[in-house]
Design a protein around this ligand. Structure first.
Ligand code: GGG
Length: 350
């Protein structure tokens, strides 16, 4: 699926590096887009802030101005990574979770593909993660019960969100050679919520005859994780509720060498935001060794989604060529190269 480019005379891209290595890899993605020259009409970049560091500095994790600029002035955006704390911090809420909801970026599309020299098995799949609901509605309460503290979270699954993520997954599967879709759920236990997800996704196929060409399988999420490690080649497109999709795509990244090479886009009907699947990696932040590949590939995915197919192709080919040569790999891939060296090598090939 791509948003039409025909009438576009320029492309304005919001850049939100956010926290940690996001600040090192988003500039690399910008350099890759700039290297495309006239393939992208008048690219303009707007630097925007968000994240935990923004919160500690200003008291707000997602400033209103960032949201307004994205909505009013940008055609698309690139988001880096965020370091939300694992404890409750009063007044703080994850800006990436909020942005996905505010901009209605309901699909998180995560292609996980083998990097030839690094993979023992051939993996070529897309994890399609519902991006707006499930446990990420973040309605949690803690109370005191007879035996002490009790905590509850609401898990929201709607027919509307499950249907539209289902449609997105069927479209993606239809465009691939294997045309195979696996619906992930746990409806043997969560028969109401996951039952609705499963039923809504499956109903998509009955309402559009084009989707008859797609073969559909279902898998319980625990069994999907097992089979993902045993025989990842069986998967083509997977569609999952938010939390399962989050976990499955990180797990799948382990099969292709590193989270540092896995890109994603957060896509809605009118806006798209590229985002590396990896987090802010505070352990390596500041050393200049973060892998820029996931962000550069996220830029390519974003451009492809906007219809700039040739530009996206040029970036992907350049990345593949650097990885194939294997001379310049960051430490997550077993090498000693710096972020800047890998970026320069990719840019040179673009
Ligand atoms: N780029 C993906 C990323 O930042 N992952 C970490 C993440 O999603 N954390 C959730 C959060 O910090 O709010």
């Amino acid at each position: 699926r791509s948003m039409a480019t025909a009438a576009r005379k320029s492309l304005t891209i919001g850049l939100i590096p956010a926290d940690g290595i996001g600040k090192e890899v988003i500039p690399a993605a910008r350099t890759a887009i700039e290297a495309l020259g006239s393939d992208i009409p008048n690219p303009k970049f707007i630097d925007l802030i968000a994240g935990f560091e923004t919160f500690t500095r200003t008291g707000v994790a997602l400033p209103e101005e960032t949201v307004e600029v994205l909505k009013n002035d940008c055609d698309c955006a690139l988001f880096g990574s965020v370091s939300s704390p694992s404890r409750k911090v009063v007044g703080y809420s994850s800006p990436i979770v909020a942005l996905r909801k505010i901009l209605d970026l309901y699909a998180n599309i995560r292609p996980v593909v083998s990097v030839c020299i690094l993979s023992l098995v051939h993996v070529d799949m897309i994890v399609v993660r519902e991006n707006t609901e499930c446990l990420y509605v973040k309605q949690e309460q803690q109370t005191f019960g007879e035996h002490g503290k009790e905590a509850r979270a609401t898990r929201l699954i709607t027919e509307r969100a499950s249907t539209r993520i289902g449609k997105m997954a069927f479209e993606l599967a239809l465009a691939r050679p294997r045309k195979h879709l696996t619906v992930i759920h746990k409806s043997n236990v969560l028969s109401v919520t996951d039952g609705l997800f499963r039923e809504s996704v499956r109903a998509v196929q009955t309402k559009d005859s084009r989707f008859e060409a797609v073969t559909v399988a279902e898998q319980l999420v625990d069994s999907a994780v097992y089979r993902l490690f045993r025989e990842p080649q069986i998967y083509d497109v997977m569609v999952a509720p938010n939390l399962y999709g989050d976990i499955l795509s990180d797990a799948a990244a382990a099969l292709v060498g590193s989270l540092g090479v896995v890109p994603s886009v957060n896509a809605g009907d009118t806006f798209v935001m590229g985002e590396p699947v990896h987090g802010s990696a505070p352990d390596i932040f500041g050393q200049g060794i973060a892998n820029p590949v996931a962000s550069i590939r996220s830029a390519a995915l974003m451009l492809r989604h906007l219809g700039y197919t040739e530009a996206a192709h040029r970036i992907d080919n350049a990345v593949d060529s650097v990885l194939r040569e294997g001379q310049l790999l960051t430490p997550d891939l077993g090498g000693t190269a710096k972020t800047q060296e890998v970026t320069d090598a990719i840019v040179k090939r673009i």
